[in-house]
Design a protein around this ligand. Sequence first.
Ligand SMILES: NC(=O)c1ccc[n+]([C@@H]2O[C@H](COP(=O)([O-])OP(=O)(O)OC[C@H]3O[C@@H](n4cnc5c(N)ncnc54)[C@H](O)[C@@H]3O)[C@@H](O)[C@H]2O)c1
Length: 559
Amino acid sequence: ARIASNSPKTFMGLPEVKIGLLPGGAGTQLLPRLVGLQGALDMILTGKNIYAYKAKKMGLVDDVVEPDKLKRAAIIMAERLLKKPMERKGKKGFMNWFLEKTPVGRNVVLKQAGKMAMKQSQGNYPAIPAILDCIETGVKKGLEAGLAKEREHFEALMLTPESKALRSLFFATTDNKKNPYGKSEREIHTLGMIGAGFMGAGIAEVSVTKGVNVLLKDIAPETLQTAQSQIWKSLQKKVKRRALSKPEAQKQMGNLQPQLDYRAFDQADMVIEAVLEKMDLKKVIIKDIEEHSPEDVIIASNTSSLSLTEMAQAAKKPENVIGMHYFSPVPKMPLLEIVTTEQTSKEVISACYDFGLKQGKTVVVVKDGPGFYVNRILGPYLNECLLLVDEGAAFDVVDKALIKKGFPVGPITLLDQVGLDISAHVTEVTRPLFEPREGFKTTPAVTQMYEAGRLGRKNGQGFYTYDPKSKKRKGPDQSAYKFFNGNGDKKIPLEDMQNRAVLAMLNEAVMCLEEGLIANPTDGDLGAVFGIGFLPFTGGPFRYLDSWGPANVVAEMER
Ligand SMILES: NC(=O)c1ccc[n+]([C@@H]2O[C@H](COP(=O)([O-])OP(=O)(O)OC[C@H]3O[C@@H](n4cnc5c(N)ncnc54)[C@H](O)[C@@H]3O)[C@@H](O)[C@H]2O)c1
């Protein structure tokens, strides 16, 4: 029998799939027998965490008690088991019986799970079909056959390049938790957050949940209200999953102080601004922060495209100015890109690194420059995809090609999602960097689309059409081809499309390393995988380049 504590710190799972393996200690065989085929497939194929109450509901544990009652509960359970062996009852209902207990039903479940998993992984993760094979063998041919299959697949998976790459990412993420600048003396207890919009609210959320006091300032009362309810909703979701207790959620919410003025900013250890993307406004905000906060306060900007070096010139103490570039949506996206200028002090970087770790982020430190690192490598990739469209490829065909390659979102869809206003801005900021390069072709399409009033998904006009009510994406917007030379009717070989786009990104990543923008290839890999979702099974652009072979990459680029 198993008894779990109900602490939110208690969670269970079989995470091996995340490192390209399968749960080799009989996990693929025993779990389906314990919790049923459907529950086991979900757990093993996703590697997700299951919290105590859900574990009890699905039959993974037999009882859930308060942490301090574990021993007592164990004794009671042991005494009960001495009298009567455990009888576990599966889920009730005809449908469940059919899907779990009949050969036809199990076949339906296995087939459906296989289809879903392959769609999500696009055939890029060998662990997925291997896990399905083990489970299917166990279900159809019995435990012994299943265990043999498990051994066979485990040994093969250990040697796959995908598992090696995923393991190296895992170790790099673990190493990343050590602050390379040394543990900071300055702890951030109080954060001033200026701008409670989409990003500000997200940064506030990942801070209050870690016990940081957040003074959340905006100029619009309704934005403050929206931010508050957004954070509360997010906490409630965790309460519902029993990943957080109600009093703890209330306590976390208590760490948030929404306000329209600079009250209590004299207590702030750090202030992050996430107001509109306008240099003049950001400079005014820096002056305001200096006026209302302690002299040595850290002044951070969440800008995604403006020069930190220029911004820092507005500060009395430019050594305290730094970029804290979060990705949207902040509570979900794992990366924090810290941007430093020539003047930023080591002590400030160190404090920000620790703060990012506290917020649960994977942190990379990069130097200031157009697009920093993540958006800079994204630039030539998106540009290449737009050039494919210019040559006649259809929007959805380019998207599908890169999803098949392993990106979480197609590049054209991504532009619509980010918004063509922001995309045009980033394009213009990075243009001076790319255009002077010999042979580098750019397309003005996104800027022209923005100037024509197309903002992407947010106003329902972009590369695709959107349902006005649900904002759900419909088909490609044929009228958007007028911004291109092509009209979507030309076929370009799949591999050519994939290689051209990916190589443009690899090339840029190497340039960032050469220019010293990133400190080492590992940071480049982490930034790309966690910031953009760059093909995790390759381990990131630099590792991918190594496995492809630099000479082969050059040959393919020259072709
Ligand atoms: N949206 C993204 O995907 C994303 C990603 C990374 C970085 N960023 C950056 O984050 C910043 C904010 O972006 P967003 O998407 O949250 O914008 P947003 O429009 O949702 O929020 C901006 C907020 O700033 C407030 N504001 C404006 N002037 C102010 C002032 N003087 N004092 C206090 N508040 C003020 C506005 O009322 C608004 O609520 C920008 O610099 C943007 O480049 C955005």
